[in-house]
Design a protein. Structure first.
Length: 464
């Protein structure tokens, strides 16, 4: 098969009817049932890991430092990537197919970590929740808006304990920043700008699929492709550059949006956006743009100054001027982060750094409150053992991930057009109107098509 050509072989399509069924999240919280646990627990939480290298190993390593954890299965489609996991926890059984691992372990596991490419998050996580297993899933949680919604619904339906892997949510830096906003350090917030320095295609710098190559013997390419349309192997996909490709990852916004927008959602208690629009450096249907600007409008909350709030996302080296944050001329905004513009000042929340208040003369002598960080992974384990939710469970992480993927849809749909009179590219004037309750755009059938995708047989995501 030629690289990049989509195959209809062994594919199943999500129909419009099934897409719209059961998509509204219940507004009321549900009580968690008694702890779902395996039969041979021996006082340990038995954990299986899908993806054991890269971020998968980071999750495994941090989860494994909890005294109540026992690993019972390691799964990876690349047999060369078990070395770190085996060194840290020898003797754990290996699998290449998560479905085989789930079936073989049966009642002998209680929880799953999911640290694999984005396009396989939902198939694995939903399959685990259907078996009443607790789930820790890496950001951006899901590959499409529809998947993110189903992740939230399945977590609610089954009552399992869930957590998204945007670990800075629990770090002292983000906890302090969100606390300052909630406690009114800058007054009510009028606008937010968020940005990241990386580009959407910085790992490959390609604009079209690369030449096909022979997949290495250690890699099960069919399992790596999983739910995505089949294409030939190339080193530009595995093990890391998959983020650049729309079939597998979400570009810069998909990679960092659930990190950098997390304190924005947490501090301001945002829900679903009302509208989204975007402009970018140029995008096709294969790879993400080098840089983009995505503009969201959210309903106002108790922490915002108006009935609506504008949040602007930028990446690929784009960021607002330091003047917008009332910063001195000799200080620049960080390479990645957010600025909250409040009625009484501004808060700059750098990515993985402490918050700062401006203008400096206004906050001279300001005493930052004491705050503590916590282990994001141990918080999840403790909640699993106690039968509780976490603040970053799928009830919260699902809507955040939806907003991220809505931005990616805007990038793909709001494309510049060529003006034959002026001979110039003109920015799109399309503003997507989002109907969160019915999981559709009110004014763009083209954008509606990107809310979900087709799945290869055997890797489908079940609607909750």
């Amino acid at each position: 098969m030629r690289c990049g050509v989509r195959s209809s072989l062994a594919m199943t399509t999500t129909t419009r009817r099934s897409f719209l069924q059961n998509t509204s999240l219940a507004s009321a919280a549900v009580a968690f049932p008694s702890l779902v646990r395996g039969q041979n627990l021996n006082s340990k939480l038995q954990v299986a890991c899908v993806g054991v290298n890269g971020m998968g190993f980071s999750d495994l390593k941090n989860v494994g430092t909890h005294a109540a954890v026992k690993f019972v299965g390691f799964c990876d489609v690349d047999s060369n990537r078990f070395d770190q996991a085996d060194k840290a926890h020898p003797g754990v059984k290996h699998f290449s197919d998560y479905r085989e691992m789930f079936s073989t372990l049966g009642d002998g596991f209680d929880a799953v970590t999911v640290g694999i490419p984005d396009h396989m998050h939902a198939p694995v996580a939903v399959a685990a929740m259907q078996k009443k297993k607790h789930v820790y899933c890496q950001k951006p949680l899901a590959h499409t808006v529809w998947e993110a919604r189903q992740m939230s619904l399945w977590a609610e339906k089954t009552g399992v304990t869930t957590q998204m892997g945007n670990q800075i949510h629990s770090a002292i830096e983000y906890r302090l920043g969100t606390r300052l906003i909630k406690e009114g350090a800058i007054g009510k917030v009028k606008e937010v700008w968020s940005w990241v320095g990386v580009t959407g295609n910085e790992r490959t710098r390609l604009l079209a699929p690369p030449p096909a190559a022979q997949a290495p013997a250690n890699l099960n390419w069919d399992l790596w492709i999983g739910a995505a349309p089949m294409r030939d192997y190339a080193p530009a996909y595995h093990p890391f550059s998959w983020r650049d490709w729309q079939d597998f990852g979400g570009g810069a916004l998909g990679d960092f949006g659930c990190h950098i927008l997390d304190p924005v959602f947490t501090a301001l208690e945002l829900t679903a956006p009302i509208s989204i629009t975007a402009k970018n450096s140029g995008v096709n249907d294969q790879i993400w743009p080098s840089h983009e600007t995505v503009s969201y409008v959210f309903p106002g909350t108790a922490y915002t100054a108006g009935k609506t709030l504008k949040v602007t996302w930028m990446d690929g080296g784009l960021k607002p001027s330091h003047k917008i944050a009332q910063m001195p001329g000799d200080i620049d905004l960080p390479s990645s982060g957010s600025v909250f513009i409040g009625e009484n000042g501004c808060l700059v929340q750098a990515h993985v750094a402490g918050p700062r208040l401006y203008p400096m003369d206004k906050f001279t002598g300001f005493k930052y409150p004491k705050e503590e960080g916590r282990s994001h992974w141990h918080t999840w384990i403790d909640a699993c053992l106690e039968g509780k939710k976490t603040s970053d469970g799928f009830h919260y992480a699902g809507p955040l991930s939806e907003a991220v993927q809505l931005g990616n849809i805007a990038t793909r749909v709001c494309r510049p057009s060529y003006d034959s009179v002026t001979g110039r590219l003109e920015e799109s004037k399309l503003v997507l109107e989002w109907d969160a309750a019915n999981l559709r755009f009110a004014n763009s059938p083209e954008a509606d098509k990107l809310l979900t995708k087709s799945y290869r047989a055997g890797f489908e995501v079940a609607a909750a």
